[in-house]
Design a protein around this ligand. Structure first.
Ligand SMILES: [Cu+2]
Length: 123
């Protein structure tokens, strides 16, 4: 009897570990609101980026408004290496970053230490 219980508990733990590492976790996504000839998305920086995946419309000038609520220095810079952007994010201040949307594709952005990531989709 004890063996069966141990076996069941073991299987539940293994299942949980598999779910934790390989399961699909929900990621906050956003598509920019396009008005006239520009588009913008507000991004909250707090233990990561929210939204974490942003879709922009090609050829429409785009601005991402980052606001860092997080006090840690880990997230105090944001880097878009494909665009040559490396900006400081002062805490509780909105920092607007212009994005060149002329080339469609998927681009990563990261914190200054490359620990937290976000994704930009231009199409
Ligand atoms: Cu970092």
């Amino acid at each position: 009897m004890t063996r069966i219980i141990v076996l069941i508990v073991g299987l539940v733990i293994i299942g949980f570990i598999l779910w934790w590492f390989f399961g699909k976790h929900q990621v906050a996504q956003a598509t920019a609101k396009v008005s006239d000839d520009n588009q913008s998305v507000d991004v909250e920086v707090n233990g990561g980026y929210s939204p974490e995946v942003i879709t922009l419309k090609k050829d429409v000038p785009a601005v991402l408004n980052f606001t860092r609520k997080d006090a840690s220095s880990c997230l105090d810079r944001v880097v878009f290496s494909d665009f040559g952007i490396n900006k400081e994010l002062p805490q509780n201040e909105e920092q607007s970053i212009q994005i060149d949307t002329s080339k469609p594709g998927e681009y990563q952005w990261a914190c200054g230490m490359d620990m937290f990531h976000g994704k930009l989709i231009i199409k």
